[in-house]
Design a binder for this molecule. Sequence first.
Ligand code: PHE
Length: 355
Amino acid sequence: MSDLEKINSIFNAKIDSVKSKDELQNLKTDFFGKNGQITNQFKNLGSLSAEDKKEFASRLNKLKDSLSKQIENKNLEIETQEINEKLKNEKIDVTLPIRSYRQGKIHPVSQVIDEISSIFSEIGFSVAEGPDVETEYNNFTALNTPEDHPARDMHDTFYLDKDKRLLLRTHTSPVQIRTMLNEKPPFKIIVPGRTYRSDSDQTHSPMFHQLEGLHIDKNITMSHLKGCLDYFIKEFFEVKNVKMRFRPSHFPFTEPSAEVDIGYRLENDKIVIGEGDKWLEILGCGMVHPNVLKNVKVDTKKYQGYAFGIGIDRLAMLKYGINDLRAFFETDYRWLSHFGFDPLDVPTNYRGLSK
Ligand code: PHE
């Protein structure tokens, strides 16, 4: 067997077992590299006679072409195989179950704020807002609260500085002051928002929500207040009749002041709002005290009106049958998925009665 035939048969034996690009590269180096078997044969050409050289060179070139071609084919074969393998592994299995996902829910407090805002907007109230961090002046002083009033006590109020100038608002009433200072009468606003008091048990949380109402105009009387609240309660609880009772009370910023109870009865341990011989306190209200109007430079000879403050969380608990206030703010997803509202399917019938 000549040298070239030997090389050819060694190559043939080797190329059959090549499985990867790396192996193919090694084979290529073995034959065509610097010291490769084919390369070395070319180096030998110089030592041959002119005649032998011609004949040998022709055979060597043929062999070189044949081996190169085989390497090229092998390369193609490996690439095709790699692509097929990839396609096989990336096949999408449409029968696999979908990945689990969680849909967000609207918190009952947000839901109730939306409902309330919508109900009051029907009778001409617009929504105002104010900051949670308030000045002592807006929260107490401008609202005619005496220096020694118990509500100012450190036990009830979260003060933010030593001088007691800044605090977390204890009610939404300071937004009355902000609105009346910044705008001109008449005023007809509601103010939903967070409020803070140092209190915590099953029905009190240190952070809770209130809804303030303020209506100041010429000739506004207590009967407007009554009519407004009567309308609101019926709309909110979606009932035709509501028994309501005004109990004399005291707030520094209203005179006269009242607390409002609504009638209810229990049916299989469930509260039914409207009728019945039991009473539930739901808000504080009154005619805005002239001192408050004077503090914000509203002419008390021309203008007067009413204000009220409702506990929003309480309303949400009553309407949607939630017993423990604290659960509202524990951010437990299981609780929210039970009591929360589907963003795409919120109750819309709360507008029902007036329609
Ligand atoms: N701000 C009072 C409270 O927090 C409620 C209230 C508001 C009473 C407006 C009268 C008028 O209890």
